[in-house]
Ligand binder design. Structure first.
Ligand SMILES: [Zn+2]
Length: 210
């Protein structure tokens, strides 16, 4: 049984990738206060136990959770797996809640994490078009990426980013490739490719540094 027509979405994504956004652009807040992320209680929706997490991350999780609910309300088979953030529910041996980068430069830190195959906890988004097919999964704890998916599925050509700015979907095809697994043959600007290359997914090009 087909839940929603994948073909139709593939065609629309291609059209967006080949055109320029013509709507009104709002750049959003250029300058906003960045406060130190305070540790906050993360309440696991599965088992109810509490794990300490940065306040910034907890906000992203809550926002993503709300957005995925809206995606489900559109009739899509979408789920958000939050278990990696819960010290009790986490089943991924490679996920470590206690990593502290300390004074180490970020590049060096990422290299060491890669070498040891240790990951920070992430939200895992699961999505499928047909009730009998496998779920496409994507790891992302960036609330914006969920908003991009929601608005694309809503038929919109833009979404609002974290700074209240307008993000044309035309320029963010890579997010939908990652989150929905569609439009994989569409070209993505090089800088976007590099941005996602940190995530060791099989379908991402080999990191040129390797
Ligand atoms: Zn739990």
């Amino acid at each position: 049984m087909i839940i929603k027509d994948r073909e139709e979405l593939e065609i629309r994504l291609r059209e967006l990738s080949e055109t320029e956004y013509s709507g009104k652009l709002n750049w959003g807040a250029m300058c906003y206060e960045i406060s130190m992320p305070q540790p906050t209680d993360y309440l696991c929706p599965v088992c109810g136990s509490i794990t300490s997490e940065s306040g910034f991350i907890v906000r992203e999780i809550e926002e993503a959770r709300k957005t995925v609910l809206e995606i489900r309300n559109l009739g899509y088979d979408a789920h958000l797996d939050e278990r990696e953030f819960c010290a009790t529910c986490n089943e991924n041996d490679n996920v470590d809640h206690e990593i502290d980068r300390g004074e180490m430069p970020i590049d060096e830190f990422i290299d060491i994490m890669k070498e040891l195959d240790i990951k920070n906890p992430e939200l895992v988004f699961k999505f499928r078009f047909e009730s009998d097919s496998e779920y496409h999964t994507a790891r992302s704890t960036i609330a914006e990426t969920y908003r991009c998916v929601l608005e694309f599925l809503n038929g919109k050509d833009h979404y609002i980013n974290d700074r209240d700015g307008t993000e044309p979907i035309h320029d963010n095809i890579h997010i939908l490739q990652k989150m929905l697994g569609i439009g994989l043959d569409l070209p993505v600007p090089d800088k976007r490719k590099l941005y996602w290359a940190d995530e060791d997914e099989d379908d991402v090009d080999d990191n040129p540094k390797d």
